[in-house]
Design a protein around this ligand. Structure first.
Ligand code: AMP
Ligand code: GLY
Length: 427
């Protein structure tokens, strides 16, 4: 029997964004019988196969609301953080259209690391000890206080690239000075050891519904070498994690954070993403994000059996308390990101992508989600961003899903592209 909230059926949906996360969202929405028509702006060449694409300035709330109204969309889902931090969800709601995504104020949980630290302190949520610095003197004092390895974070949004973790005090200091020169603030914090976990929760501002945990691979190169990226691959679930982890994080992190934001008069409704470190001293929050993670969404949604539109709309309309328990498929999912030449530095774009049809012929357990891609007038698909494809597969366990994912990766060619060969290899 399909699990759905009976009042929330039959909906025309507009998704904002154009990465593999949005392709994963659109794929799940296209499989949801309650979605009568699916639109996406700006989308990409892969999303075009499941949704009608539109152009919009995703950071312009009035333009997004106009587009939704002109399409007769009843529900808007905002994928990336930048529109949320710019208040796009507020503008859509002000037009009387349901929107999945937190308000501008609540999105500060991701938009400002200093704000997130303040909320965590007030809510008693375990996180790394930290200093917010604006001067050279404060920076030196903070670096001295923690010692190596140093963790230095730009206060504002930086697409996962504003963080430097280094044993070298000179590089730590240089990054911190660049952040405050911007002008801005820098957060310097205690180093957290232990594996990282991404746990997403859907929330309506009161009730919290955790999804299944995932792990992503942030560094560009095999063996966790090279610079930080937006994420080079992911898998879910985590066979090594304590089965009580999700309940513990809900109780000690997710619910207190949601309660604190509601207490402040800025309830957080949308997707609360907790980036966690499982340290020897217990779970600590590394960061919060105010939206689905990329590439973790690709593997989490690959296994979610509950129709997506009803779940997200229940969150957007304050109806999660009565929502039925989520259903998940058995087994695991793995995704491997194929990135452009020179990513995460200035990526080269316009490179041809071939082999996509060969993946389609492998069967439904492996599929390609598009990120930075574009279809040329002559029909060729070319790269149009740093992360280009998210090759995703499911299987009976992580090893089986991994094998299928890499079989699919090996079908695809992106000129000059690179990907990691060790995603989920040590599980
Ligand atoms: P963030 O943008 O805050 O998620 O940081 C990006 C990456 O830097 C994280 O996924 C971690 O790998 C690393 N990182 C951030 N904060 C810490 C910390 N306090 N200790 C160790 N590693 C960290
Ligand atoms: N995968 C990291 C992020 O979405 O921020």
């Amino acid at each position: 029997m399909p699990v759905r909230a009976t009042t929330l059926v039959r909906v025309k949906v507009l998704v904002i964004g154009g990465g593999a996360r949005e392709h994963a969202l659109c794929r799940s929405l296209s499989l949801d019988p309650d979605v009568t028509s699916l639109h996406c702006a700006p989308g990409n060449a892969g999303i075009a196969e499941v949704a009608e694409l539109h152009q919009v300035d995703a950071l312009d709330g009035a333009a997004v609301a106009d587009l939704a109204a002109s399409l007769g969309a009843e529900f808007v889902i905002v994928g990336p953080e930048a529109p949320l931090v710019a208040g796009v969800a507020d503008a859509v709601r002000a037009r009387g259209i349901d929107c999945f995504g937190p308000s501008k104020e609540a999105a500060q949980l991701e938009g400002s690391k200093a704000f997130a630290k303040d909320v965590m302190a007030a809510a008693g949520v375990p996180t790394a000890r930290s200093y917010v610095c604006t001067t050279e003197e404060e920076i030196d004092r903070a670096l001295d206080a923690f010692g190596a390895p140093y963790v230095v974070k730009d206060d504002g949004l930086a697409a996962g690239k504003g963080v430097v973790v280094t044993g070298d005090v000179a590089s730590a200091r240089a990054h911190a000075l660049a952040c405050v020169a911007a002008p801005g603030r820098v957060v310097i914090e205690e180093y957290l050891d232990g594996p990282e976990v991404s746990l997403f929760a859907v929330t309506d501002g009161e009730t919290v519904v955790p999804l299944q945990p995932a792990q992503d691979f942030k560094r560009a190169l095999d063996g966790d070498e090279g610079p930080n990226t937006g994420g080079m691959g992911a898998y879910s679930p985590l066979p090594w994690a304590d089965p009580k982890l999700v309940d513990e994080v809900e109780r000690t992190v997710l619910q207190p954070t949601v309660d604190e934001l509601r207490r402040r008069g800025t309830p957080f409704a949308g997707l609360l993403y907790a980036g966690l470190a499982i340290t020897s001293r217990g779970v600590r929050v590394i960061e919060f994000n105010a939206r689905f993670g990329d590439p973790e969404t690709q593997v989490v949604l690959a296994r979610l059996r509950t129709p997506l539109a009803g779940l997200l709309r229940a969150a957007a309309t304050g109806q999660l308390a009565a929502y039925p328990a989520l259903r998940w498929s058995e087994g695991a999912a793995v995704t491997v990101v194929i990135a452009s030449y020179n990513y995460p530095d200035t990526p080269r774009t316009g490179d041809p992508i071939t082999g996509l049809d060969a993946v389609a012929s492998l069967g439904g357990d492996a599929y390609v989600l598009h990120a930075g891609t574009r279809r040329e007038d002559d029909g060729r698909v070319v790269s149009a961003g740093g992360r280009v494809l998210s090759v995703t597969a499911t299987g009976a366990d992580v090893a089986a899903a991994r094998e299928r994912a890499y079989a699919a990766v090996d079908c695809v060619a992106l000129e000059g592209g690179h990907h990691r060969r060790d995603i989920a290899s040590a599980v």
